[in-house]
Ligand binder design. Structure first.
Ligand code: GTP
Ligand code: MG
Length: 195
């Protein structure tokens, strides 16, 4: 897909701030520092529209990016970062619950995991949480550039097994570094963007 327009509409912490534009939304989810913001940047060919960082915890709000005046990518703060207080964790939980449980125009979630590692317990909880809301989930196994080709198939199978992925959900190998998987990602997203 050719992206002609991409802009941050709002960084929201609560429902009242969600954009009113009636557009389909695709939300990202995943551990801190796994590469959610980098995924968005690669998909829209902007180096740094979504802020990324070598340190975990960069994204702290729900960031709504309007793409081609037709849909939104919603960048979501990551989980599983050890240095987070109980209070912050509770705030994060409330923000996630509020968005995922109420947002009718949310069409699909992309759960980003690191292809080098087995999904964590938090990843399993997040997958189950998304399925609880009956959302289609695409699991994106990112940082593909960081493993040997011979390891790919084995790691992809581990991800399916550990998450106990449902038949209907897709698994996509991806790299924000090389762009591998990008066309396939658009292929998966497109059917969800019909109004
Ligand atoms: P939070 O906002 O903290 O939850 O992190 P995030 O999931 O948005 O991660 P972010 O996109 O900021 O990326 C974290 C780090 O991983 C950055 O240093 C990126 O450059 C790096 N990174 C992300 N994707 C890839 C990838 O596919 N390959 C490689 N080699 N590095 C990546
Ligand atoms: Mg981020």
């Amino acid at each position: 897909m050719k992206v002609n327009q991409a802009e941050l509409v709002i960084s929201a912490v609560s429902q009242q701030q969600y954009p009113e534009d009636p557009m389909p939304e695709i939300a990202l989810a995943g551990r801190s520092n796994v590469g959610k913001s980098s995924f968005i940047n690669k998909m829209i060919q902007r180096k740094a529209l979504a802020r990324t960082s070598g340190k975990p915890g960069k994204t702290q709000t729900l960031n709504f990016y309007r793409i081609n005046e037709s849909f939104m990518f919603v960048d979501v703060p990551g989980y599983g970062y050890a240095k987070v207080s109980k209070k912050e964790k509770a705030k994060w939980g409330k923000m996630m619950e509020e968005y995922f449980s109420t947002r009718e125009r949310l069409r699909m979630a992309m759960l980003i995991v690191d292809i080098r590692h087995d999904p964590s317990e938090d990843d399993q909880l997040m997958y189950d949480f998304l399925k609880h809301y009956e959302l289609p989930v695409t699991v994106v196994a990112t940082k593909l550039d960081k493993i040997k080709k011979g390891q790919r198939a084995k790691q992809l199978k581990r991800i399916i097994d550990v998450l106990e992925m449902e038949e209907e959900d897709k698994l996509l190998p991806f790299s924000s570094e090389t762009g591998e998987g990008k066309d396939e990602a658009w292929g998966i997203i497109k059917p969800y963007l019909k109004k």
